[in-house]
Design a protein around this ligand. Structure first.
Ligand SMILES: *Cc1c(COP(=O)(O)O)cnc(C)c1O
Length: 451
């Protein structure tokens, strides 16, 4: 060991420094001690650093980095409203209040207040889901991926599930439909080709081992050209004749028609049920605009089977999810209200003109602070595999810089991280995916990044 290393100060000596005393007054002792150890270890790894005299600021830096939470709020200026990497749907105020109410104390989560006996956590959202979708029954689990595994396990474990090759898609980050389906214990039987699947393909695959037919929404990609697929509506009579249930994974949970806002061609949950599927599956945090969860809608006898499957226990939701989902669903009782109160729907349906006005007001605020931002047209999108080919007209603030990569990093690494996108060497912040109440915060973050 070199002499320099041997002279590294000990923890108790460093605890006496003025800077460190100040840290101790404002932080837990274990945090400060761990920061000291980290600073000493850093110095030990670097011989030249052994003679450092700025222990106070080094230890402070370690404390600061330990105090930054890994999961924290960011501003989504990507223009992708339901950005899976950024946590998908922000919750409505009513949903946030509902979460706070149940989180802070006890609830009747699994307690029947009428009988005073054990109840079921699965009952709480069922009435609303029935009311809003026309389903006979429903169950809510952790996410749509688990809903699919649960449905297949309960309905078709040890039996064949027929699925079109055109629907064996990968839906972003480690979700491949065939892999997920395989884990359910059902045996995948692929029919048709990538681009074309016909009714015959399904009929020929039916055997005594068939447990279900699965229809999977292609989500984040679209097939066009020489293509054919069989709708649930066309499959239903034939499936009914053979008493084979159809499991329809819709992915995104659309509860109201958004075609007047340019978002066309997606069935609502109610329409999807009317097409004749026995079970319709959807996410809670995509177009529905609620918390992360998976919702299964369908007939009571099928849902009873799902509730009895051991996976139902492993995939069960907590009280906060149930509270947030219930409060979100309540807003749908008045579609007008859902469009203004559910942030994801408000973002998707606000006019391009209103976004342009926000951009230009922010650009003039920035100009007063000596920062140049142009207002440019932009194309936003829904995200999360919904309406993948539908651009949403939008506007963005554009920042020019010689080193655009450095600008992007400054935005991303700021105290309030701002996630935008670089297009043609320009940094773009699309305001469609920014909550209007975040505009003031965004202004500050831009100032910090550009100054
Ligand atoms: C997004 C999606 C899923 C996965 O949903 P999660 O709620 O993220 O688990 C499953 N199926 C389809 C068709 C999807 O689009």
């Amino acid at each position: 060991m070199s002499d320099a290393r041997r002279t590294l100060p000990g923890v108790s000596a460093l605890l006496e420094l003025d800077d460190v005393r100040r840290l101790l007054a404002a932080n837990q002792r274990s945090v400060v001690v761990n920061a000291i150890r980290a600073a000493v270890a850093e110095a030990r790894a670097d011989i030249s650093a052994a003679e450092i005299d700025n222990w106070g600021s080094r230890i402070t830096a370690h404390v600061q980095s330990m105090n930054v939470r890994s999961l924290r709020p960011v501003i989504n200026a990507t223009g992708v409203v339901l950005h899976t990497n950024l946590g998908r749907a922000p919750l409505a105020d009513a949903a946030i209040d509902a979460v706070c109410q149940v989180a802070s104390g006890f609830t009747n989560l699994e307690y029947d207040l009428t009988t005073g006996k054990r109840g079921s956590r699965y009952v709480h959202c069922v009435a609303l889901l029935r009311e809003l979708t026309g389903a006979e029954d429903a169950i809510v689990v952790n996410n749509c991926a688990s809903a699919l595994v649960l449905a297949l396990s309960a309905i078709a474990r040890g039996r064949d599930v027929i699925v079109s090759r055109g629907e064996l898609v990968e839906i972003g980050g480690s979700f491949r439909v065939p892999d997920i389906m395989g884990r359910s214990g059902a045996n995948l039987v692929e029919v048709g080709t990538t681009n074309r699947t016909h009714l015959d393909d399904y009929t020929r695959a039916i055997t005594s081992r068939t447990g279900a037919i699965a229809k999977i929404h292609r989500s984040n990609f679209a097939l066009s050209g020489f293509v054919a697929e069989v709708s649930v509506r066309s499959l239903a009579p034939f499936a009914r004749e053979h008493s084979i249930p159809i499991i329809h994974d819709r992915g995104s949970g659309l509860l109201i028609d958004l075609s007047s806002y340019g978002l066309r061609g997606e069935a609502t949950a109610r329409d999807a049920l009317n097409e004749g599927a026995d079970l319709v599956l959807m996410s809670g945090d995509k177009l529905l605009g609620g918390p992360q969860c998976g919702i299964v809608l369908g007939k009571r006898h099928s849902l009873d089977i799902l509730r009895r499957d051991p996976f139902a226990r492993a995939m069960r939701v907590d009280k906060m999810t149930i509270a947030a989902l219930t409060a979100t669903l309540e807003l749908y009782r008045d579609p007008e209200i859902s469009l203004t109160e559910i942030p994801a729907l408000a973002m998707l349906t606000s006019s391009a003109e209103s976004i342009r006005l926000r951009c230009s007001s922010m650009a003039s605020d920035l100009a007063q602070r000596g920062i140049t931002a142009r207002v440019v047209e932009s194309e936003a999108s829904v995200g999360a595999g919904a309406f993948p080919t539908t651009p949403i007209p939008s506007f963005a603030l554009a920042f020019d810089a010689a080193d655009i990569g450095a600008t992007e990093r400054k935005f991303r690494l700021g105290q309030t991280p701002v996630i935008g996108r670089i297009a043609d060497g320009v940094m773009l912040l699309d305001l469609r995916s920014v909550l209007p109440r975040e505009d003031a915060l965004l202004l500050k973050a831009i100032e910090a990044a550009i100054a």
